[in-house]
Design a protein. Sequence first.
Length: 369
Amino acid sequence: MSVDIEPTMKTSMGTVPRLHDANYRGFASDNYAGAHADVIAAVQAANEGHVTAYGGDIYTERLQEVIQGHFGSDATVFPVFNGTGANVLALQALLPRWGAVICASTAHINTDENGAPERVGGMKLLPVPTPDGKLTPELIDAEAWGWVDEHRAQPLVVSITQTTELGTCYTPDEVKQITDHAHARGMKVHMDGARLANAAAHLGLPLRAFTTDAGVDVVSFGGTKNGLLFGEAIVWLDSPSDRGMKHLRKMNMQLASKMRFVSAQLLALLSGDLWLISAAHANDMAQRLSVGVSALDGVSLTQVTQSNGVFAVLPAGVAEKVRERYRFYDWDHSRREVRWMCSWDTTEADVANLVTAIKKAMDGAPDQG
């Protein structure tokens, strides 16, 4: 697609060109969306003058207070650059060198982090197949054994994802069953919360209701998928021990020298209701999309829509036709299952246009856009 280069902002060095079509919309990932205007404003506000580097700044100090307001007075926050870094660092801090992590086979740490937990974190993953991306105590027990066997990596952490990679959401009771089960066996529980805000929006509950109050030990809190430029946070829920986090964060190349810009973004998201409003909107757009595509004869949903992702099986040849206009991913190519993701900035018109494109592709009619 050719895009006219259009100057968008004047600077001291001239104009800054826009190199993409600002009207293009996609459904491949919520990472495709830009940053929320309030987040950009927060970065700009933090940009004036000099402040202390490496987290010794007022923005990071204030973020600690805000995080405790969401997760409880014992919570401790460590801003990092990205989700893979947050997951690897949190798990690494939980485990000795001989430790292993039980996770769903669809977990991001198992399928989309290019071996980082194993190669960078030095841990073994013990993946368990699940029908909906959610672990249960019974599924955990498939790998929770062999603690006295020196020939087996020791299962010492359970990692769950909220919401899951299949768009499903754990209830607080389901999380509590897992944490009770894991803790009784001497294991800790990590929650990959790349879409934690979407879970809160779906459940209608505060963040601590299905994290701190449900017994989770540490959370990787996601910001990028919910309107940040970049940045995530590791939130320890059982402080005051920091488990060597300051040292591990530096060793794992996740210590931002200008941390104020990560913390300022998280403050913009979490100080008010922006995190919840944005996530709820993305969820609502996914529900609208789910209703729209399920009404099309020949389209079948494969998972219940509980967050901002929609999973469906399309008739042969339809995905390729629709992909001429919209980017989205095949989830299981063997059965023609696809995934569509909605974002904080997805509009009702975006959803309606995608449903129309799918219908036209199914009807065999040319899509005029």
